[in-house]
Design a protein around this ligand. Sequence first.
Ligand SMILES: [Zn+2]
Length: 188
Amino acid sequence: MPAFRRNLTLSERALIDIATACTEVYKKEAIGLLIGVKHKKHYMVRDAINFQSAIRGYEYVNVPSIRINRVNYVLSRLTDLRVVGDFHSHPDFPSRLSPTDKKDVKKGGLALTILVVLNRIKRKAHGWKAKDKGIVGDIGNRYHMKIMAFEYDRKLEKFNKIKIVCPSLRKINRQLREKEKTRKTKTR
Ligand SMILES: [Zn+2]
C-alpha cells in the first residue's frame, strides 16, 4: 500500500500567531500548540497558542501533557477544534528537527510538529513563498522565517516532511507590494 501523507493548511491567523510568538522571544525558542482539525488526508490549522511560561532554552522546551489536556478540555467545550500538533522555533539554526525534538514527538501523543527557523537579516524584504514543502518569507527587513511541518509515522517510526499550504501568502505579498508603492510615492 502506498504511504499517503497528509498536507497541512495554515490559516492566516495561525501564521501570524506563530510568527509573532517566535519573533517575540528570539533568540530563545518559542513553543506552542497548533489548534485545528485533523482529517484523514489533511490538517487544518486555524490557530496557534503560544506557551509564554514554557520552560525554554536551546534544545530544551517542554510542555507538560496536563496542559495539552486542559487546552483540549476548553476547546472541546467551546469549539469543534482540538490540539492537532505543536510548534517550536530554532533561533538561527538548525534547520531540522533535533534528536530531542524527535524524542519529544515520539513520547507525546501528537504526530504533527511544526518547526520554525528564524534568522536576523539586514536587507530588503523578500515576499513569502512555498519552498521545499514548507514556506519561507521575511518579516520586514529584520527577520527571515522558514516554516516546516513534520508528521511522525508511528508504524514506520519515521518523520515525514509534509506540505504546507498557506492561502494567505498572496494577500501578505500583495500588502507588502502596496506598502512599498505608498512608501515610494511618499518619498518622491
Ligand atoms: Zn528543536
